[in-house]
Design a protein around this ligand. Structure first.
Ligand code: FES
Ligand SMILES: [Fe+2]
Length: 407
């Protein structure tokens, strides 16, 4: 690999994240470009992050009844998530203990009679993961079905979202893992909402490219003109008023958060809504029009006054992700007609497509043999945070977070 030093970077930068000026007062190096397509580096990130952390794989409302299931994929790991006869949600590797066949080929469905039956030699498992039948097997003294339960995966829920961890022993429980991020949407009735519309999109970019795109609004004026009509501050290439040079609080407790423009109420194409306001958010939260919870790398949730939306990211290759977007309304709302779906999905579907296009172009350009590393500008401080988080997770010592040593 060709190494090249760049002038202008602070090569001894080791300040902790908390001291980071926002926006940055000087530029920072971005990550080495090969980290976005090198299969070995991708594998390292899967093993260091994706196969350890809690990752959201779906909603509890998708498996309401005993025997309901869906399958999920993180990297090349295929997982079954199902509801048992005791109402508990469990997850297992989607692999038969006999000779390793995939058990379940559907994206979702219902295990009839509470049995998971391997399509190869029909070994049969109960909804607690235990092996309960091995039809046609000749008996031997050494075979104990108890030795061949499905490989269990840690599963837990938060506000109707199901998370799994592929770690043998997760570093923390789900609650600690989510930490303070839970607070941003604490007033939204997420647990009592259900997905009324879901969209799955394959995007040909590395997972970090998508997360970086989500972490800055520098691209907003060019890429998202429609969103800029709803969120005026986005037209200034920042998420929040507080990031604008010279910003001053206008009232006590004013944190300068981005909010919908005058006359706008929520994130729809025209900023209006025919839905009743959700119960829970404060008046100020409703007036702001949007609040965010972000789980680094894998998920974000937007709370609006009238609906919520989650977006999950799953790496499916060094240069591909699957994103799953759910639009949530209160479970009590009953049937939802096509006009409502159109109203709440229109803006976000447009914005996601705009972002996906930008991400794919970003990914393609990284392959230039001349492009070893890019540069972060002041508004991109959240990318620097993300990159520091990533380097920490990969075990890279802080005193080597420099342009020269990273390339
Ligand atoms: S591999 Fe599943 S029963 Fe043989
Ligand atoms: Fe965007």
């Amino acid at each position: 690999m060709h190494h090249r030093a760049r002038a202008g970077y602070n090569l001894s930068f080791t300040r902790p994240v908390a001291d980071m000026p926002r926006p940055l007062t000087e530029t920072r190096p971005s990550l080495p470009s090969r980290w976005y397509y090198d299969p070995a580096h991708y594998q390292l990130e899967l093993e260091s992050i994706w196969y350890k952390d809690w990752v959201c794989v779906g909603r509890t409302d998708a498996i309401k009844n005993t025997g309901d299931f869906f399958t999920a994929r993180i990297g090349d790991q295929n997982i079954i998530v199902a509801r048992g006869s005791d109402g508990e949600i469990r997850a297992w590797h989607n692999t038969c203990r006999h000779r390793g066949s995939v058990l379940c080929t559907k994206a979702s469905g219902h295990f009839r009679s509470g049995r998971i039956i391997c399509p190869y030699h029909t070994w049969t498992y109960a909804l607690d993961g235990n092996l309960v039948a091995t039809p046609g097997r000749f008996e031997t003294d050494d075979f104990d079905p108890a030795d061949f339960s499905l490989y269990a995966v840690h599963a837990d829920t938060w506000q109707g979202f199901i998370f799994i961890s592929l770690a043998d022993k997760p570093a923390t429980g789900l609650d600690d893992f989510l930490g303070d991020e839970k607070e941003h949407l604490a007033n939204w009735p997420l647990a009592d909402m259900r997905s009324v519309y879901q969209e799955t999109i394959l995007v040909n970019c590395n997972w970090k490219i998508f997360w970086e795109n989500y972490s800055e609004c520098y691209h907003c004026p060019r890429v998202h003109p429609e969103l800029g009509r709803i969120m005026p501050v986005y037209r200034k290439a920042v998420f929040d008023d507080a990031d604008l040079p010279g910003w001053q609080p206008r009232f006590d407790g004013d944190r300068g958060r981005g909010r919908v423009g005058p006359g706008m109420r929520t994130w729809t194409l025209d900023g209006t809504s025919s839905l009743p306001p959700l119960e829970g958010p404060t008046e100020d939260e409703r007036d702001a029009g949007v609040a965010f919870t972000s789980i680094t790398g894998s998920m974000y949730i937007h709370g609006h006054p009238d609906y919520a939306r989650s977006l999950r990211i799953m790496p499916s290759g060094p240069e591909q992700i699957e994103i799953v977007v759910d639009w949530l309304l209160p479970d009590s709302i009953g049937d939802v007609n096509a006009d409502i779906i159109e109203q709440i999905t229109g803006l976000a579907r447009l914005v996601i497509m705009q972002d996906a296009k930008a991400c794919e172009l970003n990914q393609q350009g990284l392959h230039s043999m001349r492009f070893d590393q890019g540069v972060l500008v002041p508004q991109e401080y959240a990318l620097w945070d993300f990159h520091q988080w990533l380097r920490t997770r990969l075990g890279i010592p802080a005193d080597t977070w420099t342009a020269r040593t990273l390339a």
